[in-house]
Design a protein around this ligand. Structure first.
Ligand code: PGA
Length: 261
C-alpha cells in the first residue's frame, strides 16, 4: 500500500517526456525533495513505460517512487505485439501503476472488467494498482455521479473479489475536470469521497477500507492543491498537466510542504 498518514502526490505524465528533459526534471525533483525533506508527503511519478529504466537507474535511496500508466491485460509472455506485462514493469522498480484512467477507457475501450484483470496482474507482480474511476459531464449534470462511480467500483470489486480489492488504491477523477482547468467543487469532492469510502467499508469492512488511499484528480495545481488535500477522505492527488515540468510540480510540492510549518 501507499504509506498511511502521508499525503500522496502522484504525477501522471501521460504521453510526455524525453531523455533530455527527464534528466532536468530528475535533478530538480531530487533537489526539491531534499530541500523539503521534513514534509510528510509521498511522491510518485507515473511514467511512460519506456522511461522507467532511465529513472530506475537513478533511484538509489531517492525519496520518490516510479510507476507506470498502464499494463497489459495478459499476465504471461505471449504473442501480444506492443504490450508490456506486469512482470516486465516490476523489473524496473515500478512500485505502482495507474489502471483504468479515463483516457484508456475512452480511447482504448477499457471496461471495468478489464481494469480488474489488469489490477490483478499488477498485484501478482507486487505492483500497487491505482484504479481510476470518475463520471462524465452527463452523469454530473443528471445528478447520477455517485451512482455511476459506485457502479464502477462495484463492478471492479465483483471481478476482483474483496481480498484483492483491499490491495488496490483509487483515484476519483471526474472526466470533465481532467485537463480542463475545471476542478471539482470542494463539496462535490467531499461527497464523492465519502460515498466511495462508505462503499469500500460495506465491501471489505472498516479497517481494510481505511487503509485504502483515495486520491482526487482533475486540474490539480499549486493554486488549488491545499483546498483539495485538506478535505475529508482525500488522501492525496493525481496530477496530470501540472506534473510534467518541475516549474509547476515543484511549486505544488512546496505548497504541500509549507502547509505543516
Ligand atoms: P490533469 O490530469 O491534472 O491534467 O487534469 C489528471 C489526470 O488525467 O490524471
Amino acid at each position: 500500500m501507499f504509506p498511511e498518514k502521508k499525503t500522496i502526490v502522484i504525477g501522471n505524465w501521460k504521453m510526455h517526456g524525453s531523455l533530455q528533459s527527464n534528466e532536468i526534471f530528475l535533478e530538480k525533483l531530487l533537489s526539491t525533495l531534499e530541500d523539503l525533506n521534513s514534509a510528510d508527503f509521498f511522491c510518485g511519478i507515473a511514467l511512460p513505460a519506456i522511461y522507467l529504466f532511465q529513472f530506475s537507474s537513478r533511484l538509489d535511496n531517492a525519496p520518490f517512487f516510479i510507476g507506470a500508466q498502464n499494463v497489459a491485460q495478459w499476465e504471461e509472455p505471449g504473442a501480444f505485439t506492443g504490450e508490456i506485462n506486469a512482470m516486465m514493469l516490476a523489473e524496473f522498480d515500478c512500485k505502482f501503476s495507474i489502471v483504468g484512467h479515463s483516457e484508456r477507457r475512452k480511447y482504448f475501450g477499457e471496461t471495468d472488467k478489464l481494469v480488474a484483470k489488469k489490477a490483478s496482474n499488477l498485484l501478482k507482480s507486487g505492483i500497487i494498482p491505482l484504479v481510476c474511476v470518475g463520471e462524465g459531464q452527463q452523469e454530473r449534470e443528471k445528478g447520477s455521479a455517485i451512482h455511476f462511480v459506485k457502479n464502477q467500483i462495484d463492478e471492479i470489486a465483483s471481478c476482483l473479489g474483496s481480498d484483492l480489492l483491499k490491495k488496490c488504491n483509487f483515484a476519483y477523477e471526474p472526466i470533465w475536470a481532467i485537463g480542463t482547468g475545471n476542478v471539482a467543487k470542494e463539496s462535490d469532492i467531499v461527497e464523492m469521497h465519502g460515498a466511495v469510502k462508505e462503499l469500500l467499508v460495506q465491501i471489505m469492512g472498516e479497517v481494510p477500507a481505511q487503509n485504502i488511499s483515495l486520491l482526487y484528480g482533475g486540474s490539480v495545481n499549486a493554486e488549488n492543491v491545499l483546498s483539495i488535500v485538506d478535505q475529508e477522505n482525500v488522501d492525496g492527488i493525481l496530477v496530470g498537466g501540472a506534473s510534467v515540468s518541475m516549474e509547476t510540480f515543484g511549486k505544488l510540492l512546496e505548497k504541500l510542504a509549507g502547509r505543516r510549518q
